[in-house]
Design a protein around this ligand. Structure first.
Ligand SMILES: NC(=O)c1ccc[n+]([C@@H]2O[C@H](COP(=O)([O-])OP(=O)(O)OC[C@H]3O[C@@H](n4cnc5c(N)ncnc54)[C@H](OP(=O)(O)O)[C@@H]3O)[C@@H](O)[C@H]2O)c1
Length: 306
């Protein structure tokens, strides 16, 4: 079958290749992948060697169950599902039943494919922040995949949402998505915030920390800035507040079920800023790294499917 593998000599460090068919374990379905979505983490996996050269990349997939799990659990053959699983960028992928959720007929599979890494990270980070009703929640990198989901989820949870982006065009649609304020960097944000969901790191993380109110929490989800965060002397001394690391870990079936239900109910919009066949994955990677994707990048693995 075809899959996107790590190749350090290829553009963006990845390319399509022929690989062996996956073999599903007893608690796994064999998923026929129709759509996948590209994450910064996939590019980091390729660059860092976390996935070795020749290994299959990808975490986000949506498609149809080609073979149900042998242990009898999970969706039946033919069910439409979305999954957060390794080796997702392939025509077929073996996926733990606990790592997937069924997709209602009203939800487009291409949109479902955009949910796993970014949507689950937004949901889990927001839950880690606790109740946000009436609180000021700052979301950095709000133009991106995690950010656009986080803005919507925080607004629905009753937060006053401040969405930080790099330029006015990157902020398009965020007010409609529920942001009370859309700001460039942290321009004009003078009042303290109670929670920060940080996707950018570097100097913006330091500036966000300085805005954080006593008792507040900053959740470090990502570090797209790629620059160090240099804290001025004594900036970490004072009334207690916390900076906490974040990692998407553990099977995500429960969170995926929540997210697809929100999409089906019209309460969570999936903004797809780049959509094309998986043969163009290097172009999608360049757009993502170049900050030209508003929301998510979705790859069609099997274009005719819906
Ligand atoms: N810890 C975890 O388990 C976990 C899970 C999911 C994602 N992540 C990480 O969280 C981060 C956000 O993920 P995402 O899917 O939302 O990524 P994304 O779609 O690429 O969005 C990231 C945003 O960061 C901003 N940014 C600021 N400086 C940047 C730079 N130098 N290069 C690129 N972008 C820059 C961009 O917004 P502007 O152009 O508006 O500035 C961009 O929209 C990534 O680092 C990702 O790896 C971590």
């Amino acid at each position: 079958m075809r899959a996107i593998i790590v190749d350090p000599s290829a553009p963006a460090g990845l390319r399509l290749a022929d690989v062996p068919e996956p073999v599903a374990g007893p608690s796994q379905v064999l998923l026929e992948v129709h759509h996948a979505s590209l994450n910064q983490g996939d590019l980091n996996d390729a660059r860092s060697g976390r996935v070795a050269p020749g290994g299959v990349l990808g975490s986000d997939a949506a498609g149809v169950v080609a073979q149900a799990a042998a242990d009898g659990r999970g969706p039946a053959t033919g069910a439409r599902v979305v999954a957060l699983a390794s080796e997702a960028f392939a025509q077929r992928s073996a996926v733990e039943v606990s790592a997937l959720a069924e997709v209602p007929p009203s939800v487009d599979l291409a949109e479902a494919a955009a949910l796993p890494v970014a949507g689950v990270a937004a949901l889990r980070a927001l839950r880690a922040a606790g109740a946000v009703l009436g609180k000021r929640v700052l979301i950095t990198g709000a133009s991106g995949g995690v950010g656009r989901f986080a803005v919507q989820l925080a607004a629905q949870a009753g937060a006053q949402v401040i969405a930080s982006v790099g330029s006015p065009s990157r902020g398009e649609g965020l007010a409609k998505a529920g942001a009370d304020e859309v700001v460039i960097g942290l321009d004009g944000v003078d009042e303290p915030v109670d929670v920060v969901l940080d996707n950018v790191g570097g100097p913006l993380l330091v500036a966000a920390w300085e805005l954080l109110a006593p008792g507040g929490s900053l959740h470090s989800i990502g570090w797209t800035a790629g620059e160090p965060a240099v804290f001025p002397p004594y900036s970490t001394v004072g009334p207690p507040k916390s900076l906490t690391s974040f990692l998407n870990q553990g099977e995500a079936g429960g969170e995926l079920a929540t997210l697809v239900q929100l999409v089906a109910a019209g309460r969570l919009a999936v903004e797809v800023g780049w959509h094309g066949p998986w043969e163009r994955v290097a172009e999608a990677a360049q757009a993502l790294v170049g900050r030209r994707v508003n929301g998510k990048a979705v790859l069609d693995v099997r274009p005719a499917a819906g």
